[in-house]
Write a protein that binds this ligand. Structure first.
Ligand code: PNS
Length: 175
């Protein structure tokens, strides 16, 4: 026991910065759950919104998504919000990050995430991908489903932060 404690004590602490990238259109409680978990593991967590997503027309503009993320993560001392274009590994390097954080909800996420992680490793072997699982109650939540269900009149109140709910109301009413 003492030897173990000594070993831990002797370990040098690395200042780890991780990037949590995504489209965040919009931010969900699943994303927030992952941000909370990630922020406890790394020293600095940069939530990075992809500006040139190929997912088709977004519901919220990048500045709107940025604003929602900033508001929702204001309580975390080590979380910042940024936007990026181009390759994720280039952005990670530019920010001095050693890792990329991604959430895996179900087996169905795995294949896509594995491919991305391997491609990112090929592009920059120095950047590791860390996977974390969100709370069980959010394993079926995705931005795509939230938008679809809300547009059809479904109640998503418990699945997104209140500030996102407010924006969803005015956005969809204006559509
Ligand atoms: O929330 P999403 O839409 O699943 O996030 C996807 C994202 C932003 C992580 C991914 O599309 C990405 O990293 N795009 C940047 C372009 C890039 O680096 N491509 C090579 C990695 S496969």
């Amino acid at each position: 026991m003492a030897a173990t404690l000594y070993a831990f004590g002797a370990m040098s602490h690395k200042d780890v910065t991780a990037i949590y990238p995504g489209t965040f259109d919009p931010l969900t409680n699943g994303h927030l759950d992952l941000i909370s978990r990630g922020s406890k593991i790394v020293d600095q967590l940069v939530v990075a919104i992809l500006r040139n997503s190929d997912k088709g027309a977004p519901l919220f503009s990048v500045p709107e998504r940025e604003e929602m993320l900033r508001e929702a993560t204001a309580g975390f001392g080590n979380v910042t919000v940024a936007t990026f274009d181009g390759l994720l590994v280039d952005f990670a390097k530019m920010r001095g990050a050693q890792a990329v954080l991604r959430g895996i909800r179900a087996i169905s996420d795995y294949e896509y995430e594995f491919q991305m992680a391997m491609m990112n490793r090929k592009l920059n072997p120095e950047i590791e991908t860390l996977f974390m699982m969100p709370a069980e109650k959010y394993t079926y939540v995705s931005s795509r489903l939230i938008k679809g269900v809300y547009r059809l009149g479904g109640d998503v109140t418990s699945l997104v932060p209140p500030l996102v709910m407010e924006r969803l109301k005015s956005k969809v009413a204006a559509d």
